[in-house]
Design a protein around this ligand. Structure first.
Ligand code: SAM
Length: 197
């Protein structure tokens, strides 16, 4: 499905970074080692690399990652690109100063396992940043999965991310203009979590 979508001309979610990521990026330490989960065509990874971070982008779509590589080259930055399924994806414990998850919608069991490994994968003081469509988004036709189980639930996320200090964990509605697939008022959850220590 994702290879098909990313084979369309242009960038499905645009080439500009996600608004919440831009607002949260000052939380990152300079020159952080950052992992971007489900990074697709690379807009967020390229943005973070342009700020001087060392960024690894992981996604299962080869077509999306080719575009990510192209975008990085065009903008004069380097990314570490990994084609992999996030189901069971290993994150070396303590290896990242930041982990970013933007609209990375997964089946519930896959999400729970990934978030456990993400908490372990953060170094002490590391930052976890997430924005995704909430279950309320099922009422809007402005983007995101059309299956309710693939949409996010704030209380569930708080449980999964319990090892982190959540300085920001909200459900909100906001205007989203990110490419042609995320367009209009959207119901989202947003998280910023810091690994203690
Ligand atoms: C809505 S897109 C978001 C892309 C990117 N984060 C952004 O904001 O532009 C969701 C991405 O998750 C990826 N994805 C979905 N399921 C995956 C899985 N099991 N393993 C790896 N990537 C996955 C898709 O290939 C797609 O690129």
């Amino acid at each position: 499905m994702w290879n098909e979508r990313y084979s369309e001309p242009g960038f499905a979610f645009g080439t500009k970074p996600n608004d919440f990521l831009v607002a949260s990026a000052p939380k990152l330490q300079p020159r952080s080692e950052v992992l971007c989960l489900g990074e697709g065509e690379g807009r967020n990874a390229v943005y973070l690399a342009s700020l001087g971070h060392r960024v690894t982008a992981v996604d299962s779509s080869s077509v999306g990652l080719e575009k990510a590589s192209l975008l990085a080259r065009k903008q004069g930055v380097t990314l570490e690109i990994i084609e992999a399924d996030l189901d069971g994806y290993l994150i070396t414990p303590g290896s990242f100063q930041a982990i970013v998850s933007i609209f990375c919608h997964l089946p519930p069991a896959v999400q729970a396992g990934l978030h456990k490994r993400a908490c372990e994968g953060l170094a002490p003081g590391g930052v976890f940043i997430l924005e995704g469509y909430s279950k309320k988004q099922i009422n809007y036709d402005t983007g995101g999965p059309r299956k309710i189980e693939m949409l996010m639930d704030l209380e569930q996320l708080k449980q999964e991310l319990k090892p982190l200090d959540l300085s920001h964990a909200i459900h909100t509605e906001r205007e989203i203009r990110e490419g042609s697939y995320h367009l209009g008022t959207g119901a989202v959850v947003q998280i910023i979590g810091i690994k203690p220590g």
